[in-house]
Design a protein around this ligand. Structure first.
Ligand SMILES: CC(C)(COP(=O)([O-])OP(=O)([O-])OC[C@H]1O[C@@H](n2cnc3c(N)ncnc32)[C@H](O)[C@@H]1OP(=O)([O-])[O-])[C@@H](O)C(=O)NCCC(=O)NCCSC(=O)C[C@@](C)(O)CC(=O)[O-]
Length: 446
């Protein structure tokens, strides 16, 4: 039975599912490239960096609601084969409404819906019911190394009890692509394309899409059209659209344009604060108190960001106590959520755990979000430990796009160039498109 518009709409009321973001990335990425081929987006498989990490984690939670299904239904098949294959997806068919019941007992009965990295995730009526598509020849190759993850319920229960007991039942994804993703793009993306991207992200079911920044256009020329973007999405329903505001001037402009939520952004590193917003941490906090106060008067929720929660491109390792200090200040001034950003992607589970321990001592865990860049491929493990520590809000950026323009020598959400002395060979380069590939091959091991 084909999905109807109504089905799609209904499914958006289901809490955001960890792994549906992979498909959001895929679809939005493809469409964005059609409109704007010169964007320095990485190849589609790499659009999954953060979301793929989420997906991998989520495969242990096959009982999640399957909110990605409507999105799959709108994928064009020609787009599917090679790129999805390289993400590990080995079998795909268009879904029907009954697929929403992908629960573990159905999996155990041998019904597969699709398989990722050799593991089955969802229910399919029969493995040999004639729906298998011979035009996916790669399936045959993969079959030989296919192993079933129709693990016994006991096995899954054991794993869950052992390692995943503390993982939250659902995770909110805050999509920051239209802001954090695009802010680094040199070529100005037309407002209409930005608006379309935002609409696509919303239509995929994301509950929060950070739309733009009301920062100085001299500092971030790409987002100089913030007012027009906000005005253009005023009538879009179904998601919240916070915008970044660095000071009262930005806040007032955002409110005048119609923004209903704002985000302020501090840093745990003095040097980064100066290079990003041209003032010390203390000065930034006092600016933000003014913004928070003005926001409270208008009942506007304020999200707080902290950059460099693990490492700074200038100062190196950042002590967890500094992060905790800034987090507490943001919390006390009234931030409804505080996103902890590993701006240059140098975090590992060891450092992230320490940082989260320090922060959760002073700010309730339910008020925290994590924002991991995947520079060294650590997003998966960092997100996992964050979930294990009770964090239930994770930032993502469509297509793995973006990064902070003032984290010098860092470009791209997933591919920030390393800064810390030793330069890594980026293994992913051989999967990138030719032009991207040469860009990353230029990075050599020292
Ligand atoms: C904070 C400032 C404005 C200070 O910049 P400044 O130069 O120190 O500001 P100023 O007060 O001296 O003003 C200079 C000019 O900017 C104007 N101005 C001042 N404020 C605004 C405003 N809000 N909107 C528009 N214009 C503004 C102001 O009116 C003046 O205009 P002029 O008189 O020269 O024509 C500047 O440093 C700035 O805009 N920085 C933003 C940098 C930025 O956007 N970085 C990326 C976002 S953070 C990030 O990506 C990290 C994160 C959040 O994703 C998490 C993570 O991964 O770590």
């Amino acid at each position: 039975m084909p999905m109807t518009k109504d089905d799609t709409h209904k499914s958006r009321n289901v809490p955001c599912h960890l792994h549906h973001v992979s498909f959001i990335c895929f679809e939005a990425h493809q469409k964005l490239r059609v409109h704007h081929p010169s964007l320095s987006l990485s190849a589609a498989p790499h659009s999954f960096c953060c979301s793929k990490a989420l997906y991998r984690i989520s495969r242990w939670r096959p009982f999640f609601p399957l909110t990605f299904v409507p999105l799959l239904s709108s994928l064009e098949e020609p787009l599917v084969s090679d790129e999805l294959l390289s993400t590990g997806l080995v079998r795909l068919r268009k879904p029907c409404i009954g697929d929403f019941t992908g629960r573990i007992n159905e999996m155990a009965s041998g019904n597969l819906w699709f398989e990722l990295e050799g593991r089955s995730l969802c229910s399919f009526k029969s493995r040999n019911d004639g729906n298998e598509r011979e035009e996916f020849p790669w399936r045959r190759q993969i079959k030989s190394r296919h192993y079933s993850s129709l693990c016994s319920e006991n096995y899954i229960r054991d794993v869950k009890n052992k390692f995943l007991r503390t993982i939250p039942g659902s995770v909110k994804i805050v999509e920051v692509g239209p802001r954090d993703g695009l802010q680094n793009e040199k070529e100005i993306v037309p407002t209409a394309i930005k608006v379309e991207l935002i609409k696509m992200l919303v239509s995929s079911g994301l509950p929060v899409v950070e739309a733009t920044s009301f920062v100085s256009p001299k500092w971030v020329p790409q987002l100089a059209d913030a007012k027009d973007v906000i005005e253009a999405i005023r009538s879009v329903e179904g998601a919240r659209f916070p915008v970044l505001t660095p000071n009262l001037k930005g806040f007032e402009a955002a409110v005048a344009a119609g923004a209903k939520e704002v985000a302020i952004f501090a840093a745990a590193s003095e040097s980064f604060s100066r290079s990003n917003i041209n003032c010390s941490i203390e000065d930034s906090l006092s600016r933000y108190r003014d913004v928070a106060l003005a926001a409270r008067k208008l009942s506007i929720p304020v999200r707080g960001y902290i950059s460099c929660v693990v490492g700074c491109p200038v100062e190196g390792a950042v002590p967890p106590s500094k992060v905790a200090y800034v987090a507490k200040e943001l919390f006390d001034m009234g931030c409804s959520e505080i996103s902890l950003g590993d701006t240059i992607g140098v975090g590992t589970p060891g450092t992230v755990i320490q940082m989260l321990e320090a922060v959760t001592n002073v700010v309730p865990v339910e008020k925290l979000a994590v924002h991991f860049h995947d520079t060294y491929g650590q997003a998966l493990s960092n997100i996992l430990v964050s979930l294990q520590m009770g964090i239930s809000t994770v930032d993502s950026s469509v297509s793995g796009l973006g990064g902070c323009p003032y984290a010098k020598a860092h470009v791209g959400w997933g591919f920030h160039l390393p800064t810390f002395g030793e330069v890594l060979w980026i293994e992913e380069c051989n999967c990138l498109e030719q032009n991207q590939s040469s860009r990353f091959q230029a990075i050599s091991r020292t």
